[in-house]
Ligand binder design. Structure first.
Ligand code: CA
Ligand code: CA
Length: 536
């Protein structure tokens, strides 16, 4: 079942097991292995199949600017599809692309169009076509918990209480006791303190979970629900996206109506499947596993926030701890709800400090975080720029800075809508230069994505945590059908020796290693911050 990484394998076989032969012989052997396996690879499809492959999250505004107005756009993104294909991603998640007055575009003012800064519907259809030609699926952010307060529906609803759009939103009178009570509920963010917002010059308040600029849509209204289904069908059937990332999926109804939230997504999925049988839906339910799980009845994929936190903690402490055990526990729990669920794993997203900043700029740790993400179970998502080690800490604009494609004078794509404070040429090596460096973080990402894409065990396999008595080493088995892999990550900056118990000594072929390791029967010496994948 050895399909790729043949160069690593050939190299590893000679280094690790001290094959007694000359350099010339080694080269010939390596070439022979490479040729044979290249043929095999060409004849076989990749092991991974979207949505089980890697998905890449793009903030269009910052990705690639094609017309030099400083703002990333769809044509720019289309010009980078080869880059994404080469990276090995099989899916793209686009942050909102609908018209909206904000830079982030999570307050939509027209659900049926593209923001003019980003381009046109025709540009987007062209992008979809070219993505699909490369085997890349496209999922777009669908932000329907709320609209923007500038949306014509809301404007009309405010202006005219008898308007049919009035019922698209949630209203209360200023003397209604619930508005007093609700107004006192504190959330972590000061913007969220008041969920009821007054319409100036009126006795009416409207419900806006996040803030006054984002009035919640009223899902108790059959007309609004039908409108939301219509929006979904438009993008699936008429435009051709493959699915949606569903923003704020747990806030469709207020917090005291969780069952209604769960049921809404079951209904939504059923409606979307009428337009596209294999529609992909991934939900944002930013909460603990027991809150997330019931959403799986309607949403086949959900983001696994816990795993990102756990990986970050493990690489920072250089301690494998209970990362793998906990990951297995969560997965086993989710499986009881939906055996076919898609566990959308990731390190950080557009709402969180970037992973490189979370590890204080330590490239070894950032690389180790990626190595864990791509070898543990799940359907990994990565955030644009993560692969070149972009940095960023909140506020939000600074975790969404322009991608650095090349040195300034050579970069014909770099957006300039914001002055970057974290990701500059002083802190981040441009992608074009990293591409030429085999030790770059970009090539590290490529290597691990390729490793994963070509292994059914890493893509679909079960997880068996192992305790080898070394806290610095995260060790586990990934198994699928007749492919069984022993994965070892040395999270520490020191060489670590592990003793494999007798039941693991059969794993004596090196499928992959990113640094030389040495082995004497049961004893394995792992280089600092290294990964080795062994097979029987
Ligand atoms: Ca532009
Ligand atoms: Ca809501």
């Amino acid at each position: 079942m050895r399909k790729t990484k043949f160069l690593h394998f050939a190299l590893a076989a000679s280094i690790a097991f001290g094959t007694a032969c000359s350099t010339a012989e080694k080269t010939n052997q390596a070439e022979a292995v490479a040729t044979a396996q290249q043929t095999q690879v060409a004849e076989q499809e990749k092991a991974s199949k979207w949505p089980r492959g890697v998905t890449y999250e793009i903030f269009v505004q910052s990705f690639c600017d094609s017309n030099d107005d400083g703002i990333g756009d769809i044509k720019g993104m289309t010009s980078k599809l080869d880059y994404l294909q080469d990276l090995g991603v099989e899916g793209i998640w686009l942050m909102p692309i609908n018209p909206s007055p904000s830079y982030h575009k999570y307050n939509v003012t027209d659900y049926y169009d593209i923001h003019p800064d980003y381009g046109t519907l025709e540009d987007f259809k062209q992008f979809l076509e070219e993505a699909h030609e490369r085997g890349i699926h496209v999922v777009m952010d669908l932000v329907v918990n709320h609209s923007g307060s500038d949306h014509p529906w809301f404007q009309e609803a405010v202006r005219n209480p008898d308007s049919p759009y009035r019922d698209y939103y949630v209203w209360a009178h200023k003397d209604d006791p619930q508005t007093q009570k609700e107004g006192k509920i504190l959330a972590g963010d000061s913007d969220n303190v008041n969920r009821w917002h007054q319409v100036p010059g009126s006795d009416s308040l409207y419900y806006g979970y996040f803030y006054g600029g984002m009035p919640d849509l009223n899902f108790d209204s059959p007309e609004l629900r039908e409108e939301v289904y219509k929006i979904g069908r438009f993008w699936l059937s008429e435009v051709g996206v493959d699915g949606f990332r569903l923003d704020a999926a747990r806030h469709i109804f207020p917090d005291d109506r969780p069952e209604d939230n769960h049921q809404f997504w079951v209904d939504f999925r059923n409606e979307m499947r009428k337009a596209k049988e294999d529609v992909y839906l991934v939900g944002e339910v930013w909460a603990e596993a027991d809150v997330v799980a019931p959403y799986m009845k309607g949403l086949p994929a959900l983001f696994n926030f816990d795993m990102g936190y756990a990986i970050t903690e493990a690489v920072n402490k250089e301690d494998a701890g209970v990362l793998v055990e906990n990951h297995k526990k969560i997965r086993d729990f989710y499986k009881t709800v939906n055996p076919d669920f898609v566990d959308a794993t990731f390190l950080t997203n557009h709402d969180q400090n970037r992973i490189m900043s979370e590890v204080n700029g330590d490239v070894n740790k950032a690389k180790m975080a990626a190595a864990l993400l791509f070898t543990l179970p799940g359907s990994p998502y990565m955030y644009y720029g993560e692969e070149i080690g972009m940095r960023g800490k909140k506020p939000d604009e600074l975790i969404r800075e322009p991608f650095i494609w090349d040195n300034k004078e050579a970069d014909d794509c770099r957006a300039t809508w914001v002055v970057p404070q974290y990701s500059t040429e002083q802190t981040v090596t441009p992608a074009a230069i990293q591409m030429e460096n085999e030790n770059s973080i970009l090539n590290h990402y490529k290597t691990f994505i390729e490793l994963r894409n070509n292994s059914k065990a890493l893509t679909y396999g079960e997880l068996e945590p192992l305790n080898l008595g070394t806290q610095e080493v995260s060790a586990f088995i990934r198994q699928y059908e007749d492919e069984s892999l022993l994965v070892l990550h040395n999270l520490s900056g020191q060489e670590v020796t592990v003793n494999l118990p007798d039941n693991l000594t059969a794993y004596d072929d090196v499928r992959f290693q990113n640094k030389a390791q040495t082995r004497e029967t049961n004893m394995l010496r792992l280089a600092p911050y290294s990964t080795v994948v062994l097979e029987e």
